[in-house]
Design a binder for this molecule. Sequence first.
Ligand SMILES: NC(=O)C1=CN([C@@H]2O[C@H](COP(=O)(O)OP(=O)(O)OC[C@H]3O[C@@H](n4cnc5c(N)ncnc54)[C@H](OP(=O)(O)O)[C@@H]3O)[C@@H](O)[C@H]2O)C=CC1
Ligand SMILES: CC(=O)[C@@H](O)[C@H](O)COP(=O)(O)O
Ligand SMILES: [Mn+2]
Length: 355
Amino acid sequence: MIVLGSTGSIGVNTLNIARKFNLNIEVLVAGRNIEVLNKQIAEFKPKKVVIANKDDISKVNHPNVSFGEDAILDAIEQSEAKTVVNSLVGFLGLKPTLKAIECGKKIALANKESLVVAGKFIDQSKLSPIDSEHFGLWYLLQDKKIDSMTITASGGSFRDYPLDELKNVSIKEALNHPNWSMGNKITIDSATMTNKMFELLEAAWLFNTSKLDAIIETKSLIHAMVNFTDGSTTAHIANASMQLPIAYAILGRCDEPILKPVDLLQVGSLEFKEIEVSRYPIWEVKDEILKNPDLGVVLNAANEVGVYKFLNGEIGFLDISKTTLNALNKFNNVKPQNIDDIFEIDKQVRGFCES
Ligand SMILES: NC(=O)C1=CN([C@@H]2O[C@H](COP(=O)(O)OP(=O)(O)OC[C@H]3O[C@@H](n4cnc5c(N)ncnc54)[C@H](OP(=O)(O)O)[C@@H]3O)[C@@H](O)[C@H]2O)C=CC1
Ligand SMILES: CC(=O)[C@@H](O)[C@H](O)COP(=O)(O)O
Ligand SMILES: [Mn+2]
């Protein structure tokens, strides 16, 4: 197996599953966290390692290390491994997703941005998503007529924060997710609710429907619900851990105990809330985006610029969604015809948002 982004939140959980099921790790790809990478190399003994920067090569305890985006693509192409776990974050993950598919490998896809920006051009025949809500939806699917699907949101770091103080929140507060321990970028996406917008698009591509919505469930125990035409709704309930979706994406099925079951008596009660535009301005464009998924590439590029500007202390929290909404307004007519158009639109939107 090839693990892209092995030192991140999903990458570390993937290696936990690899350890549990004694899976062979052929290639590890990481960014800057060489300390964790060296521990992973010592334990899993990959044949090949790729990192982000040339300057770090000498710090990596491995005889076969290369660096940079092209090296990731070469490693996928040259490896005999049949499965690629893509847990890179952001647009950077798209080319590796496409390369894995081109090489006929099975792809376990945590990098949701790949589907958000280019779902139209991605062959899903060997793709399994690593995302708790989509795993939940998949788990619930039955051969019965489905009316619609609902995914849940935690509400993110500021779900109970006074609305008029949101403009002054700190980076540290924004990174304090109520239920999940995840990388910085997705944690900010969760706080703005952009993560849920991404997930609606992801679900639209995966399940070929636009009858999708999201609501807040504050404990992140229910991940997804399927609403059948007969009036019944089924819900997927599991403790908040990515190990279950990862295990299924890699193994296909799993009857071993992975998580402790949810103890509903201990949980006591669940709380559901509407996602309100006043707290999550991005939600204003939910219907438009679902109607026109071509906008995913604009949504993602602008959001990436906004999130990293916020994390660098250049803009305030509310400016992230403003950046995205401005870009969606400017580029509301994009019509990508092929994958090259996706890269070109991404570049144009970033240029607009940076200026
Ligand atoms: N975390 C979660 O629970 C979930 C995450 N996802 C999605 O999964 C993806 C990964 O998320 P998450 O694990 O939280 O993110 P993290 O930020 O924790 O991990 C990102 C990984 O990518 C690596 N990386 C970053 N830049 C480069 C680069 N230039 N070259 C090589 N490697 C690089 C990082 O390396 P390093 O740290 O060494 O710099 C790290 O290993 C995202 O798309 C996210 O939306 C989806 C569902 C749940
Ligand atoms: C674990 C997972 O799947 C994340 O995508 C999670 O859903 C993020 O939390 P939010 O529900 O706050 O977006
Ligand atoms: Mn999710």
